[in-house]
Design a protein around this ligand. Structure first.
Ligand code: ATP
Length: 510
């Protein structure tokens, strides 16, 4: 774990040093859980967005886009359940004055027991090479004991959460002997519910102003526009509406860099289907979305499903796609079969019919919905943590390289004159001008060529093109590949097709 923490710190520092992510308002000492994307971060983020949009909207004839406003009628959040139920249980430690999510304290405690189980099994399996029955029995007994403890904690925790029994959540924390990591004491306040929506006022005078919320998810903008899109686009069920946009949550604890922020971006798609067909579509989107993620990180083992046993009130099936971050497997995307909960609720609260006339069935109904909802910032973090590598090279030197897949890399090509004279800068700029038509490129003439290559490695540029004396003789340049560091000579006219081919290959899951 210590190594993973160390690794994660390096990634965060690298992200700042090279202009991917900065802490927000840094010169004013920053703001907790708010971050700004720098010059490279915005490129990577835009590339992820475009890739998602293309896969969802461009590649599906029955999915269209939407860009709804962040401010919406306040009753929308009443209908969706966010005003009454979008809460996290919080608890304060009276000595350290630190605030925690009560459910996270319990989940972390359970995680520690799970880690113990894994360690026991790992330790024992090493010694099982010479099978020892006594050891086998002892390990087994301990694993069963730990597992029983986990089950009983989970059962009580789920019951308390379901019944909103906050007193029992506190009792559980006390009984488990959970202490504040800062003060080390068990001096806890009662558990209270905390609504995660940010509110503000809309209107010019205090008396006439209405409370409005910053949307905590983009999905509701899709639901309330369901009929607008369906009618104006003459959409036939099944069809989807996709949206990328900011969402805001007043998270109680902000941890793990851009993994949990108070202002973040979601990429959501709501797929409207016939009642009764939702589970078929749920299974379809579950597989589709996993396939999509695996084109970003080709290591299959980094992803897993976490199917929900306890379902939210609006869902009849739900799963998370989890990614193995340096701090463990965590949710990247949620896929939910939301039934007709949202459209029916908006129908009830607005008094307007939100039904679809199905010409094949000859009847009207409120469609069911399957949702895919992924955090853009979390994909960004998965790309960054997966790409960062410190490599020891054969000559004894080291390099830091970001192995970002070429199709997502902020810059695709760096164009470099070998030296700053003999017409090389001019020739390099000529090549740059051509390539810029199609790719985001960088020009760099400062420092020795080796240092410039290292700089491009560190920001994940997959190709460097170097102009040298030979260029003037035969119109070729050196093309250096980030991953292999191999250099080949290539005709200037072939650079684009080579880069295109490599970009295409970089998203193919092998
Ligand atoms: P978590 O359990 O991690 O709080 P959630 O289940 O509340 O997430 P959803 O409401 O399903 O999340 O939101 C869909 C997606 O939005 C999540 O899978 C995640 O990628 C992203 N997301 C949610 N909250 C945040 C946040 N505070 N910061 C960054 N991304 C977030």
């Amino acid at each position: 774990m210590a190594n993973n923490e160390e690794f994660f710190k390096k990634v965060v520092a690298h992200a700042k040093e090279y202009g991917f992510v900065f802490p927000s308002s840094e010169i004013y000492d920053g703001m907790s859980a708010v971050y700004d994307y720098g010059q490279l971060g915005v490129e990577l983020k835009n590339n992820i967005k475009q890739y998602w949009w293309k896969s969802m909207v461009q590649m599906h004839e029955n999915i269209v886009g939407l860009d709804s406003a962040i401010f919406m009628h306040p009753t929308i959040w009443k209908a969706s359940g966010h005003v009454d139920a979008f809460n996290d249980p919080m608890i304060d430690n009276k000595d350290s004055k630190k605030r925690y999510r009560a459910d996270v304290l319990i989940e972390d405690y359970v995680q520690k027991i799970e880690d113990k189980i894994n360690k026991e099994v790992e330790k024992a399996s090493k010694r099982f090479e010479n099978f020892d029955e006594t050891l086998y029995r002892q390990t087994n007994a301990r694993v069963v004991e730990y597992q029983t403890k986990i089950n009983s904690i989970n059962e009580r925790y789920v019951k308390a959460m379901t019944n909103n029994d906050l007193a029992d959540i506190k009792n559980l924390i006390l009984e488990l002997g959970i202490v504040c990591p800062i003060s080390g004491t068990k001096n806890w306040t009662d558990v209270r519910q905390f609504n995660l929506m940010f509110s503000t006022q809309m209107g010019s005078t205090a008396e006439g102003a209405d409370v409005v919320y910053l949307r905590p998810e983009t999905a509701q903008g899709i639901f309330v526009n369901f009929l607008n899109v369906q009618k104006s686009g003459r959409m036939k069920i099944p069809f989807g509406i996709a949206q990328i946009g900011k969402a805001f949550r007043n998270e109680i604890i902000a941890r793990q860099f851009i993994f949990r922020m108070r202002e973040f971006e979601q990429m959501e798609m709501q797929f409207f289907v016939r009642p009764g067909e939702e589970l078929k579509w749920f299974a379809y989107w579950k597989e589709e979305r996993m396939k999509w993620h695996r084109t970003i990180c080709h290591n299959e083992k980094k992803y897993r499903f976490h199917d929900h046993e306890k379902l939210a009130h609006y869902a009849n099936a739900a799963t998370d796609i989890e990614f193995e971050f340096p701090f463990g497997f965590k949710e990247l995307e949620g896929i939910h079969s939301r039934t007709d909960f949202d459209l029916s609720a908006h129908q009830k609260y607005s008094g307007k019919k939100l039904q679809y006339f199905d010409p094949e069935l000859g009847e009207s109904y409120v469609p069911y919905v399957v949702e895919t909802s992924v955090g853009l910032d979390r994909i960004f973090l998965s790309v960054l943590t997966n790409a960062y590598e410190e490599e020891k090279l054969e000559d004894g030197s080291e390099r830091v390289v970001l192995n970002i897949p070429a199709f997502l890399a902020p810059y695709k090509v760096a164009v470099l004159p070998l030296v700053k004279k003999d017409g090389m800068p001019e020739k390099a700029r000529e090549i740059l001008a051509d390539l810029q038509e199609n790719y985001q490129c960088q020009y760099d003439e400062k420092d020795a060529i080796g240092r410039r290559y290292r700089r491009q490695d560190a920001i994940g540029t997959p190709f460097c093109v170097t102009v040298d004396n030979q260029t003037f003789e035969d119109n070729t340049v050196t093309l250096r590949d980030r991953a292999t560091m191999q250099q080949v000579r290539i005709d200037i006219k072939d650079i684009a097709s080579h880069v295109d081919q490599k970009i295409k290959e970089s998203k193919q899951f092998k």
